[in-house]
Design a protein around this ligand. Structure first.
Ligand code: TRP
Length: 476
């Protein structure tokens, strides 16, 4: 039997469907855009090591915790938290944790859609480029044949300087997201994941093999797996923690909401393990796909947010078959982004349906429109509002544009806080018997998981928050 929520939602049709949807939620721009960007900026190996440690020690236990809370609560993120708290004899005010998560997911959605719009832009321009080459009788042409490096990287600047174009692309992506979520858990989200995720994996493997043969694989491996411990600062720890949470779709209402649609007979622990494993493998593979290409043409791995949009097209410009591979690469990212954005929209949508008694279509549309509006501000932050510093008083945000500020605020602050409270709730406040029965763990594994959730996660997240954020706030 499929799970059902308070709003009478039909749940996932099978365990596989849930896994595909959850892996789809996890694998997204976080893996292919954010992870390589952060790894590149933070010195490679050291960041990757800390990131993996956070995934294994905190991320995985919390994935299990959140799915478990969702399934036990059986409602939207806020309703589920209130239900589980009540069953455990705790205050229903724990619903606030659901609210924090839904707000984070909503804010992430708003800028996520803007970045996904850049991806669509590159699907268009690389598609046009490839078909141009194809019709000229040269399907294995390099990308952007005849253009200089400056012209190619300049395309990103042209896009950023064009608010109308940014906004229209952002409309397209948000409309696709709303369309899928409006079609329902079963007929929309599940179906999208069922088609897009397998396609994604095939494309990913093809490009990784291509990169390994044509790129500088050895240098990429050295860059990603040789840690320079002097690079590990509190800020790097904070970035890595935020990235681990972001990539696993934790602390922003995604898994809490998806968990409610999981039927009671699914064993959650191995399912959580599979999700974390798939997500982390894709992040590492994305690094192994991107960095060999970057090094092959002697470019800088610390390219920042434009890494995949400027650095890679330059690389495709000199690599055999670059036009075709470039187009495939951006289509792949688009698929990944879409299966993630639907999970971001589903959280606030499910809550809106339960809270206001709205139908799914209306809820998805209205939530999507409001998130879209906030995204418009992000888009304008690259041109008309490029001087705006939303949290300029705070060191770490003193130089960030609107999108980066939203990304940083959710990733460095809201997600760690959300994760902290999930850990405290599951570790200390929720009924231990219920938690144990639902987790599907027993014996030593249960004790280990419980220890990681009750002790390791709260202590580590608190330390990271204190040492990562306070110095910036105090102006040091
Ligand atoms: N995990 C996704 C990615 O890596 C982003 C995402 C989807 C997300 N759903 C989420 C992040 C929920 C936080 C919470 O691209």
């Amino acid at each position: 039997m499929a799970g059902a929520t308070a709003s009478g939602e039909q749940g996932w049709s099978s365990r596989t469907a849930f896994i595909l949807a959850a892996v789809g939620a996890a694998v997204g721009l976080g893996n292919i855009w954010r992870f390589p960007t952060l790894a590149g900026e933070n010195g490679g190996g050291a960041f990757v090591l800390v990131y993996i440690a956070f995934v294994v020690l905190l991320g995985l236990p919390l994935v299990l915790s959140e799915i478990l809370l969702g399934r036990t609560g059986g409602s939207d993120a806020i309703g589920s938290m209130r239900n589980v708290a009540e069953q455990s004899g705790r205050s229903k005010r724990w619903g606030a944790l659901g609210a924090l998560q839904i707000t984070a997911g909503f804010l992430i959605l708003s800028f996520y859609s803007v970045v996904a719009g850049w991806v669509i832009n590159y699907v268009f321009i690389s598609g046009g480029d490839f078909f141009g080459a194809l019709f000229a009788g040269d399907p294995f042409s390099v990308a952007f044949n005849g253009e200089t490096q400056d012209q190619i990287t300049g395309r990103m600047g042209d896009l950023f300087a064009d608010p109308m174009r940014l906004i229209i692309l952002h409309v397209l992506f948000m409309a696709a997201t709303v369309g899928i979520v409006a079609s329902g858990v079963h007929d929309g989200i599940e179906k999208a994941a069922k088609w897009l995720m397998p396609a994604f994996f095939v494309l990913l493997i093809i490009i990784t093999i291509y990169g390994a043969f044509t790129g500088n694989f050895a240098e990429a491996v050295a860059f990603m797996f040789t840690p320079d411990f002097s690079k590990i600062t509190p800020i790097v720890l904070n970035e890595a923690l935020g990235q681990a949470l972001f990539s696993l779709s934790l602390a922003a209402g995604g898994l809490l909401t998806y968990g409610a649609y999981v039927s009671k007979d699914v064993n959650l622990a191995p399912t959580a393990g599979l999700i974390a494993l798939a997500d982390t493998s894709v992040a590492i593979l994305a690094g192994l796909m991107i960095f060999p290409i970057v090094f092959a043409v002697g470019l800088d791995p610390a390219g920042g947010p434009a890494l995949i949009f400027q650095t890679l097209p330059v690389a495709f410009n000199v690599m055999p078959g670059g036009a075709l591979v470039g187009m495939v690469f951006f289509i792949l990212i688009f698929f990944a982004a879409l299966t993630s954005s639907i999970s971001l929209l589903e959280g606030p949508t499910a809550w809106t349906m339960d809270r206001f008694g709205w139908g799914r279509k209306k809820a998805a549309l209205i939530v999507g429109m409001v998130a879209w509006l906030i995204g418009v501000a992000c888009a304008l932050g690259y041109n008309m509002w490029s001087d705006v510093r939303l949290l300029g008083f705070w060191n770490i945000f003193a130089e960030t544009d609107i999108l980066d500020t939203l990304d940083g605020f959710t990733g460095k602050i809201m997600l760690p806080l959300g994760a902290l409270f999930v850990a405290i709730f599951v570790g200390w406040r929720a009924d231990a018997n219920v938690v144990k029965a639902q987790s599907g763990l027993s014996g030593g594994m249960f004790i280990l998981w419980r220890f990681l959730v009750a002790w390791a996660a709260p202590v580590a997240v608190s330390l990271v928050l204190i040492f990562g954020l306070l110095p910036g706030l105090l102006g040091e």
